[in-house]
Design a protein around this ligand. Structure first.
Ligand code: 13P
Ligand code: 13P
Ligand code: MG
Ligand code: MG
Length: 364
């Protein structure tokens, strides 16, 4: 039996602006997913949040892109919006639910999705990463480090199962085209695309040895669906670990540099991605800085065992300190690029309205 892990998320309303998800929403989602376990639709679940995004982590036997599983997530998001967020007047109630009627798959409807289906090994550790105040392309540099950089992942050099390299599947979010790159030999071509994370997003990684899937990331760009800024597409990803995949510690090693990502205040600013424990899975300064939480699970007989809060560790204290220093430095740029995003990305924000007014002023 092949097990599927689905992480489906949406911002459906938050507490005190875009800061966090209140416990009432979490409890609502837990109750609905508990019912889904009772009816046998899913095997197990864990509900959590990354900042103001509600995260449903589920295991089941229905495969990826299952209408039943996506329908369940959609009903949880809709129900939580109607029965909790609106009643409590939470901020941005139903923010990421861009369509009214469910049409078989939540992709393209606002929520973010990462799913992995696999035959369980003797032991199957996975890591689920969930970020707030950034976009799907933010994972590009981390996935590159984990699966293609031997200075990060020792196994690429010393483990024969990793030594053959990995296949990166990249999506052009504008055209919808997808490309495959084999590392190490296609490294420079891969970097030529994924160095533009606003447009080229790594969707999956596969092991070259046997084609086995190693990672899945969400690729939803809300502004491209809605045609305007409606909140950032705060992303999720699932990475498989150990026994022929990078070790859990190699996966976490990638997060020891707080790379600069797009998002933060009003989805319009570049800032450092800070790895935090669930306790700090909320935003503060300038609605940030952008944050990532990581949870480790064992997948066992179709069920999720865990989680362990992966960044809840003193070995990441200095990373958080560096991220805070970077935040200080880049914040001093105020409204100037490269802190504020470039004109192409700003098109989807409210800046064009200001520019329009300015144009009239110049003409007067
Ligand atoms: P595996 O090959 O069993 O994943 O072990 C690697 C390791 O020891 C990580 O430190
Ligand atoms: P979210 O995308 O997390 O809702 O944040 C929106 C925002 O404008 C933060 O300043
Ligand atoms: Mg929000
Ligand atoms: Mg968010």
């Amino acid at each position: 039996m092949r097990t599927t892990v689905s992480v489906i998320k949406a911002d459906i309303g938050s507490l005190a602006g875009h800061v966090t998800v209140p416990k009432e929403v979490i409890e609502y989602a837990e109750a609905r997913l508990r019912e889904a376990v009772e009816t046998g639709l899913i095997n197990s679940f864990y509900v959590t949040h990354a900042g103001d995004d509600l995260e449903l982590i589920m295991s089941h036997f229905k495969g990826v892109d299952s209408e039943e599983i996506h329908g369940l997530a959609w009903r949880v998001f809709k129900g939580a919006t109607e029965e909790v967020s609106k009643r409590l007047k939470l901020y941005g109630a139903g923010q990421d639910l861009l369509k009214d009627a469910f049409s078989g798959n939540v992709r393209g409807m606002g929520p973010g999705v990462a799913e992995l289906e696999f035959e369980e090994r003797k032991s199957d550790p996975i890591a689920v990463f969930m970020a707030d105040k950034t976009e799907p392309g933010a994972w590009n540099i981390y996935l590159y480090k984990i699966f293609a950089d031997p200075f990060n992942t020792a196994g690429l050099v010393i483990d024969p199962r990793l030594h053959k390299g990995f296949i990166f599947r990249v999506l052009d979010v504008k055209s919808g085209e997808e490309f495959n790159f084999n590392t190490p030999e296609d490294t420079y071509d891969l970097l030529a695309l994924i160095g533009t994370p606003s447009r080229y997003v790594i969707k999956n990684v596969y092991r070259r040895l046997d084609g086995e899937v190693a990672a899945a990331a969400s690729t939803t760009r809300l502004s491209l669906i809605a045609g305007k800024y409606v909140g950032k597409d705060d992303p999720v990803m699932i990475v498989r670990a150990q026994s022929g995949f990078p070790a859990m510690g190699e996966i976490l090693e990638a997060f020891t540099t707080p790379y600069l990502v797009a998002g933060w205040m009003r989805g319009s600013h570049v800032g450092p991605l800070m790895p935090v424990s669930l306790k700090y899975s909320k935003v503060a300064r300038f609605d940030g800085p952008p944050r990532v939480v990581g949870l480790g699970f064992q997948v066992s007989e179709g069920k999720l065992i865990g989680p362990v809060d992966l960044f809840d560790d003193p070995s990441f204290d200095h990373v958080r300190r560096v991220a805070s220093e970077m935040a200080d430095y880049i914040r001093r740029h105020g409204p100037f690029m490269p802190h504020r995003l470039g004109p192409e990305e700003m098109e989807y924000t409210t800046l064009p309205q200001v520019m329009e007014k300015l144009k009239r002023k110049v003409e007067e």
